[in-house]
Design a protein around this ligand. Structure first.
Ligand SMILES: [Mg+2]
Length: 165
């Protein structure tokens, strides 16, 4: 048994913008479940940045619909999702699976047609893997992050070194 099974993403990309959304679309992916903080925008930002809008547009142009799946308080992530004009599941409780599964339902999608993408192993990757969707990790978008996320980064490094990703 591989103890890293739930922690290992299918692949790590430098950023959302560098993911092969055209190929994912060809493979039947129709729904992108996206973390916000340091995946689609700055950590703990109250608004999207230009990069966020560009990523959503780029993904949608491949016929893939986007949904935010955020552990953030409902007010902040709901406002961000509204500005980006995409649906949102707040209080997603990642690494639990309830938020991811709810997002798939909200999107009228299936596990086979969905991917989860986020920047953290111990929330996004585990939630995606345990929900049974294809799961990708991106490197953190900006250096700046809140202290309790910084605390987890050294542990991520150990997992990544041991599980080779
Ligand atoms: Mg994040």
């Amino acid at each position: 048994m591989n103890i890293f099974r739930a922690m290992k993403p299918e692949k790590v990309y430098k950023s959302l913008a560098e993911m092969p959304w055209d190929i994912l679309a060809q493979e039947g992916i129709r729904t992108a479940l996206l973390d916000f903080d340091n995946t689609l925008g700055p950590d703990h930002a109250t608004e999207p940045e230009e990069y966020s809008y560009n990523c959503i547009k780029m993904i949608q142009e491949q016929g893939i619909r986007c949904c935010l799946v955020s552990n953030a308080k409902s007010g902040r992530s709901a406002k961000i999702a509204e500005m980006l004009d995409i649906p949102c599941v707040t209080f997603a409780k990642k690494p639990g699976t309830s938020g991811v599964l709810k997002a798939i339902e909200v999107m009228g999608s299936t596990k086979d047609e969905s991917v989860m993408v986020g920047d953290q192993i111990f929330t996004d990757v585990i939630a995606g893997n345990n929900s049974g969707v294809r799961t990708f990790m991106v490197e953190k978008l900006h250096k700046q992050e809140i202290w309790y996320v910084m605390l987890k980064r050294p542990l991520e490094k150990i997992v990544r070194a041991m599980a080779h990703f």
